[in-house]
Write a protein of this length. Structure first.
Length: 507
């Protein structure tokens, strides 16, 4: 496949105005699926189940099976719509979206078309420098997810070059809410940043509502990014592409930037943009063609005959509205003020996706500075190295307990990192790891003096240097003591004892 020509990003923005749109799919963490009683694998309790073990006749599309709407999924969908500033439809209904899905046994998807449950909203997002952007929401509608295909053979794991494909119906029928924005104008040079901030905000909203695990790497939250360009001064919108299922905040940002550069290069040479879906390639940071993008008429939508309209009562809607959490932008600003972080430090917490973890760690007794240090430092490093989520490695209460051991003098920072590794490895709580590994700081003067004497015997001139005013000479002895005691000596106490020894000898 030929390599795409790209235009310089700044040059592209001189010639063209980017128009964005996003379709974000959120898997709901209900106990059962959208239309059947099968367990829901999007729920963390069911994650990792063997293929085709979480299925029911409806999910398999077996003749005679009939769907039944999941009430909890409806409640979750209404809550999400309200949190996005949407109006809730007094009556909405499901439709059949006819399309060949090899991993959806019915050969159609039950979705919502012209009568969505939520519509006409607006969500506030905040960029890194504090700029507020209003993103208009067209609709949020309920639907079911498709299953999963595993392509066997070939080099890429994709269908091209594969010998055969296996179908896992576990995910078929998982409850989804699809959030569709209206066209987003005015993002200009910040279009990639707007894309990232919008998806981050949606993730924050669903996590605060408690309706989804929102794990992008697991597919709990997936973003399709629409990008089109129009020449400066032109009113007519350009042809859009839809980059499908981008699975990280950083990738959303990169995909939007890439499409702007790619489309600009084509248009500048007099070419035309094909309306199509495109695949994002994380390894190369590029997109590639998928299939021509279908219009709604191509899906032959018609009302789902086996399901009644969804008619929530006004009382239910107001009950769910009253239970809404604090909006993400307001929450971040409140926490930033409470924690006293400068912009750069707070942004590091946001960028690491650990705002909730830092908040919970502080609530468990750690200082804001310590909580931030652990979650954006050592825990983030281990998570990146292992390709895991930081929140999966350790609990906020364990991080707070670990910091308490440091604050109390039981551990040095270096020893605490070893204890953290033990906790992550499943060896127990921080105190249990300290006890099992014998990692506590040695503060017994007798043991420290013995180690100091051994170090001084190897460096007999140190005491005289200290008496001559060269106090920094004690550092060499401290280092030797720490090494001999495998980092478990109390360095501050070692320094005190060395200076006491020098003063006593001088007397």
């Amino acid at each position: 496949m030929a390599k795409d020509k790209l235009m310089d990003f700044d040059k592209a923005l001189e010639l063209f105005e980017p128009v964005l749109g996003f379709e974000v799919h959120v898997e709901l963490n209900t106990e059962t699926k959208m239309f059947s009683a099968a367990a829901n694998p999007a729920n963390s309790a069911n994650h990792g189940a063997a293929p085709n073990t979480l299925v029911a006749p409806v999910d398999m599309g077996l003749p005679g099976s009939l769907p039944v709407v999941n009430e909890t999924a409806v409640r979750y969908s209404i809550s999400l719509g309200l949190a996005l500033g949407c109006s809730i439809a007094p009556s909405s209904r499901f439709a059949r979206k006819n399309y060949f899905y090899p991993d959806l046994g019915k050969n159609y998807q039950i979705s919502q078309y012209d009568e969505p449950i939520a519509f006409d909203g607006q969500v506030e997002i905040e960029l890194a420098d504090g700029t507020i952007v209003q993103v208009p929401i067209e609709r949020a509608h309920m639907e079911e997810d498709a299953g999963k295909l595993t392509h066997v053979g070939g080099l890429t794991g994709r269908i091209q070059g594969a010998e055969y494909s296996l179908v896992d119906y576990n995910r078929a029928g998982v409850p989804l809410v699809e959030i569709v924005t209206k066209p987003i104008f005015g993002a200009e040079h910040r279009a990639p940043e707007v894309a990232k901030a919008y998806v981050q905000t949606i993730r924050d909203v669903v996590l605060a509502l408690g309706i989804s695990d929102a794990r992008m790497e697991r597919g709990n939250l997936r973003c399709d990014a629409n990008v089109s360009l129009r020449p400066r001064g032109q009113e007519k919108l350009g042809t859009r592409t839809e980059t499908k299922n981008v699975n990280s905040m950083r990738s959303v940002e990169r995909a939007v930037r890439y499409e702007i550069q790619r489309q600009a290069a084509i248009l500048a040479e007099g070419g035309t943009i094909t309306q199509e879906t495109r695949h994002w390639h994380e390894d190369t940071g590029t997109t590639s063609p998928g299939r021509p993008k279908s219009d709604a008429d191509d899906y032959r939508y018609f009302p789902e005959p086996d399901l009644l309209p969804v008619v929530p009562t006004p009382e239910l809607i107001e009950q769910l509205r009253a239970a809404l959490p604090e909006p993400p932008v307001a929450r971040r600003r409140r926490l930033k003020a409470e924690w006293g972080f400068p912009d750069i430090e707070f942004q590091s917490v946001v960028n690491s996706g650990v705002v909730a973890e830092v908040e919970a760690t502080i609530a468990a007794g750690a200082s804001p500075a310590a909580a931030r240090k652990w979650w954006t430092g050592e825990i983030a490093r281990i998570a990146n190295a292992e390709g895991r989520e930081a929140s999966d490695l350790v609990t906020p209460s364990d991080v707070a307990a670990l910091q308490a051991l440091v604050d109390g003098g039981t551990l040095t920072d270096k020893l605490a990192r070893q204890v953290l590794e033990g906790v992550i490895a499943g060896e127990g709580t921080p105190q249990e790891v300290v006890d099992a590994r014998g990692l506590a700081v040695v503060s017994d003067d007798g043991a420290l003096i013995a180690a100091i004497d051994e170090a001084l015997n190897a460096q007999p001139d140190v005491l005289q240097k200290i008496r001559d005013g060269k106090v920094q000479a004690a550092g060499a002895v401290i280092g030797a003591v720490m090494k001999s005691m495998k980092g478990q000596a109390d360095a501050a106490r070692v320094r005190e004892l060395i200076l006491e020894r020098a003063a006593a000898t001088n007397d």
